[in-house]
Design a protein around this ligand. Structure first.
Ligand code: KIV
Length: 269
């Protein structure tokens, strides 16, 4: 079902919620610059995520930890200026939202200087989410694998395989929603768990390595174009195979998400 895919109107948080209610899958990709932003927007990608993955795929670090708020503002602004329709979500980077007041200062910079329409933060930080929402800042939660906690987790591993951990993720997802978040990214969790969370929540759940039953999908752009250095994660797919151009690869991804052809079981846990 594609009620909103062909509309040229700029998307808001309301249309994203309506897409979930209508059963229309939400397509999302990371973007870091104006040229890719314009290309993704032209194809019809619904949400552009200025992810702190830019620390790895743009800056060449081995984690997202070195990324600063200044970096995020710069890339967010570059992306936001070039798109007409897509909704812009920007990551709060590592250690930039330890308290509600710190989060507000940094989220305000992302919105005022980076033209973000929503900020994303990792973990079940209910107090911070509630405070930001009270100040009029839309929030996207991020649960499952939390890349900013890679040193605590001991690597980039699938989360929620054991029952106790799975229940904790479900509980956190409900808390994040109840705190006022408008979107939730679920990263690297078993497909069945992600399906349960997507069913339980009113807000759209965007999966990455979380199976086909989420309300939408996101990938790191450079992974799906197969230009990232290092090993492509199992949950990603090289959309350049069979594509005639980068734009064609992005279109194939968009169509595969909308028609629930991606992710296939081999991209899921
Ligand atoms: O930083 C990022 O690109 C992300 C996605 C992996 C969801 O948070």
């Amino acid at each position: 079902m594609t009620l909103y895919a062909d509309s040229l109107k700029a998307l808001t948080v309301n249309e994203l919620a309506a897409m979930k209610r209508a059963g229309e899958k939400i397509s999302c990709l990371t973007a870091y610059d104006a040229s890719f932003s314009a290309l993704l927007d032209r194809v019809g990608i619904d949400v552009l995520l200025i992810g702190d993955s830019l620390g790895m795929v743009v800056q060449g670090h081995d984690s997202t930890l070195p990324v600063t708020v200044d970096d995020m503002v710069y890339h967010s602004r570059s992306v936001a200026m070039a798109r007409k329709r897509a909704f812009v979500v920007t990551d709060l980077p590592f250690a930039s939202y330890a308290t509600p007041v710190q989060a507000l200062g940094n989220a305000a910079r992302l919105m005022q200087n980076g033209a973000a329409q929503m900020v994303k933060l990792e973990g079940g930080k209910v107090e911070v989410i509630q405070f930001l929402v009270e100040q009029g800042i839309p929030v996207c939660g991020h649960l499952g694998l939390l890349p900013q906690s890679v040193n605590r987790l001991g690597g980039y591993k699938v989360q929620g395989r054991e029952e106790r951990q799975a229940r904790q993720i479900v509980e956190d997802a409900e808390k994040v929603q109840n705190a006022g978040a408008s979107l939730l990214v679920l990263e690297c969790v078993p497909a069945g768990l992600a399906a349960e969370i997507s069913r339980r929540l009113r807000i759209p759940v965007i999966g990455i390595g979380a199976g086909v039953d989420c309300d939408g999908q996101v990938l790191v752009l450079y992974d799906m174009l197969n230009i990232s250095t290092g090993k492509r994660p199992r949950f990603s797919k090289d959309f350049m195979v069979d594509a005639e151009s980068i734009e064609d690869a992005v279109r194939r991804y968009h169509q595969a998400v909308k028609s629930a052809q991606f992710p296939a079981p081999e991209h899921s846990y």
